[in-house]
Ligand binder design. Structure first.
Ligand code: PCA
Length: 198
């Protein structure tokens, strides 16, 4: 079973992104199962133009997408992606969509097909803060999650997919009071969640 893991780099005021670091630190395999990583541009819709050929070439069995949600106090597996773009801060290409659908005529929403409760329980057992989130926001993370689940649906692909937001890492610059976790704790949490997918 092959898992494709995606992450993002810098965006808005975040000069670093723990998900980019995680892509660099992940092993090449888990229990003999290959992991493939891909850093995506923080740009509405282009993020999927970039990822689509990788999905077509790699033919993964699962797509595990990661992004930073600075300010959150836990690892948050996302339940749902919705067909909407709306933001007050621009993406890395200056796009500032307001009340725009992602795909005209597309379904309103898609649910994650990752094992959310299992992912939650393995992290709870290790006392890593975790909670299932019911909104991935309306910025680029929701955008990539929606595109990927829509692509899988429209092409009848046998691929499990979903998104997980992570909090700030201790190692990055942020407002002092903002919650953060050590990068290696986030990495361990990601590996534990990947094991539930395998
Ligand atoms: N987080 C942003 C986009 C890139 C990232 O890591 C988001 O939550 O939409």
């Amino acid at each position: 079973m092959k898992i494709l893991i995606t992450g993002f780099g810098a965006f808005l005021t975040n000069e670093e992104n723990p998900t980019r670091e995680i892509l660099k630190l992940l092993p090449k395999t888990i229990k003999g199962h290959p992991l493939v990583t891909c850093e995506l541009p923080v740009v509405f819709d282009e993020c999927f133009d970039y990822l689509k050929p990788v999905i077509d070439n790699e033919k993964p069995d699962a797509i595990f997408m990661l992004g930073l949600a600075g300010g959150r106090k836990a690892i948050t597996p996302e339940r749902v992606a919705i067909n909407m773009k709306d933001t007050t801060g621009s993406d890395n290409n200056g796009n500032l969509p307001k009340d725009e659908v992602i795909i005209k005529g597309g379904k309103n929403a898609y649910f994650s097909t990752l094992p959310l409760r299992k992912m939650e329980s393995v992290l709870k057992e290790k006392h890593i803060p975790v909670s299932i989130s019911n909104t991935a926001g309306l910025f680029v993370c929701n955008n990539i999650m929606y595109h990927v689940l829509s692509y899988i649906d429209h092409n009848g692909l046998d691929i499990k997919a979903g998104f997980v937001h992570v909090p700030f890492m201790d190692e990055q610059e942020k407002k002092e009071e903002a919650f953060s976790l050590p990068l290696y704790d986030i990495l361990e949490a990601v590996i534990d969640m990947l094991k539930t997918v395998l």
